[in-house]
Ligand binder design. Structure first.
Ligand code: PEP
Ligand code: MG
Length: 597
């Protein structure tokens, strides 16, 4: 089961001691391991600049130096933008140079290039803080503009400010590009899911962040990168220095900074042992996932982008149980159009070659938002997220549904609706789907007329009123990440409540077990696609509850298959029933240990 961060008691004293320690001193930090394995490499400090601006006072004698630092950053960014404009190939779209010109204009606006100097002088605050104050004022003004196009230009202001912040950090202790990505361990205060998806293009050795819960979307993407990662370290970004030697133990959630030779040798040995285990697991790739008493188990994968399919096929997965389609929408200024989405979905459908591909409709909102969009109100996890957001943006939803339907002609595509709680959300979705189908019919565009529609069970209300969902939908998929978040009322992205995230809480287990039991009884296919499906400690329990379909990130498939192959359903069912009957946490853990022995 998911490991939790160690208690924070006494950490402030620890932090002061480490800050005072000479460079190169060895120390250890504890967080929550989100991705197994051991990485040994060198710290590469990454800044998501905007979030990390602190305010501090500038001594009177240093004020002019601070102003100079700010002016240098403005000059540097001006040079950067002009350089980009000059290097633009003739084939580049016209909008590109328009955007660069716009950014140059924003940079030269007195609000950003002059007023911060006044603030530094009068308020004796640091340049970054002075700049952020001006940015907030400007953004506020943009928010009041009626015209939606002009209103969205506030994003350009933010982007220019981010460039300035990075330039200012560059004038101090700039993080350099690591000499070798393969040995670099990214150390950040926070990484958004959008940041994480960008890291997919790199080959870093590991990740550690100060904040974040183990089932936050950032952590999930980190896990899909199959490199050791830890979240919730609280002070790593402040304490670790660029280039320091680090050991990331992603299983235990331990970060060792500047280890001595003995510790290093120990972890090198552990790392070799884990590698050998991974190699052994590869032998299971072509074996069918069948229990000792002959029950066939479907092991599917969760993917974020079409390129993840390669890994899914390598793992011998029997389908894509969850394609988190919203990742196509991140890290860009525009929205992907119908054709672009269609190509992405078709590619996955074709590559899976007749195996099911479950495309979840957009789950935007909460910690995933398209550039510049609101995160979903004052309480994003409870706000306009997932299907709620799609029903509020029917054009966007229809574009996606058209793309999915068109792709369904090229493989076995299924549609999965996230975050359902009400019957009327299903009815509205069906009405939009019917309308979308009609528009394709009019144009004679082919699509799979038998396409099946499923719903995620990830809100307790849905798990407690299953009839509503089973009567209307073709299949169900239990999203344990959100089901746990909403059942226990803990924000999955907030590491301060991460210790309350408990997949074994009796309420959670009851909701999961009942959903599986009732769906099986009604012969409605049911899967688990939350992180619990990829947790080897939960496999036998879920099999005992009657689950026969799991969907997880590709790196976990073989480890879960190994669990399936050593399980006899008739043996685990009675223990799983006993676990359900107890509400004593110690007894529950003891029974789980017995189950997994
Ligand atoms: C879940 O909530 O368990 C799930 C699979 O969806 P996501 O993690 O993308 O919210
Ligand atoms: Mg979810």
């Amino acid at each position: 089961m998911t490991r939790l961060p160690k208690a924070e008691a006494g950490n402030e004293a620890l932090v002061s001691a480490i800050v005072a320690a000479p460079a190169g001193a060895s120390f250890t930090l504890h967080g929550a391991g989100v991705s197994g394995g051991i990485a040994i490499g060198y710290a590469h400090l990454v800044s998501t600049a905007r979030l990390e601006v602190a305010r501090y006072e500038i001594a009177a004698a240093d004020v002019e130096e601070e102003v100079r630092r700010f002016n240098n950053a403005v000059a540097e960014v001006r040079g950067e933008l002009a350089g980009l404009a000059a290097a633009m190939p003739p084939s580049a779209p016209a909008e590109m140079s328009a955007f660069l010109n716009l950014h140059l204009m924003i940079l030269d606006d007195a609000h950003l290039s002059q007023l911060p100097c006044t603030a530094i002088r009068t308020r004796r605050c640091n340049a970054e803080w002075a700049l952020m104050q001006q940015m907030d004022l400007l953004v506020q003004q943009f928010d009041e503009i009626q015209d939606p196009y002009l209103r969205e230009r506030k994003q350009d202001v933010v982007q220019v400010v981010e460039r300035l912040l990075k330039a200012m950090m560059g004038t101090g202790h700039a993080p350099k590009t690591p000499a070798s990505e393969e040995t670099a361990i990214v150390v950040a205060h926070d990484l958004s899911p959008a940041d994480m998806i960008l890291f997919k293009q790199h080959h870093f050795a590991g990740f550690v962040t100060d904040v974040g819960g183990v089932t936050s979307h950032s952590a999930i993407v980190a896990r899909s990168l199959t490199i050791p990662a830890i979240v919730g370290l609280h002070h790593a970004r402040d304490l670790v220095r660029e280039g320091e030697l680090l050991i990331v133990d992603g299983r235990e959630g331990v970060l060792i900074v500047n280890p001595d030779r003995r510790v290093l040798a120990e972890y090198e040995m552990r790392s070799r042992r884990m590698e050998a285990e991974r190699r052994k697991l590869k032998r299971l790739r072509s074996m069918r996932a069948t229990t000792l008493d002959g029950a066939p188990i479907d092991l599917q994968v969760n993917i974020e982008l079409p390129q993840d399919v390669e890994e899914a096929r390598d793992a011998g997965a029997t389908g894509v149980g969850l394609f988190r389609s919203e990742y196509l929408f991140l890290n860009r200024d525009d929205l992907p159009g119908e054709d672009e989405q269609f190509e992405a979905y078709r590619k996955v459908a074709q590559m899976m070659d007749g195996l099911p591909v479950t495309i979840r409709t957009l789950d935007l909102g909460a910690d995933k938002s398209v550039n510049g969009a609101d995160r979903g109100g004052p309480n994003p996890a409870l706000g306009l997220r997932a299907i709620r957001f799609c029903l509020a943006e029917p054009q966007m939803f229809m574009t996606q549904l058209r793309a999915i339907l068109r792709a369904s002609h090229y493989g076995r595509v299924r549609v999965l609706i996230p975050m359902l709680a009400h019957a009327h959300e299903i009815e509205q979705t069906f009405a939009i789907l019917a309308h979308t189908k009609a528009t394709l019919d009019q144009l004679g565009v082919p699509y799979d007329r038998e396409i099946t529609i499923g719903g995620m069970i990830e809100i307790p209300a849905a798990a407690l009123s299953l009839g509503v969902f089973m009567r209307r939908l073709d299949f169900l998929s239990i999203g344990t990440n959100d089901l746990i978040q909403y059942t226990l009322a803990i924000d999955r992205t907030d590491d301060t409540v991460a210790h309350l995230y408990d997949p074994l809480h009796p309420a959670v287990l009851h909701l999961i077990a009942n959903t599986i039991r009732k769906a099986n009884k009604a012969k409605v296919p049911v899967a688990v696609c939350g992180e619990m499906a990829g947790d080897t400690a939960a496999t036998r329990l879920l099999l005992g509850f009657g689950l026969r379909q799991f969907s997880m990130h590709p790196a976990q498939v073989l480890a879960i298959k190994e669990q399936v192959l050593r399980t006899r359903i008739t043996e685990v069912e009675p223990v799983a029933r006993r676990i359900l009957r107890t509400d004593d946490p110690d007894r529950c853990l003891a029974l789980l240990q017995k189950l997994n022995a």
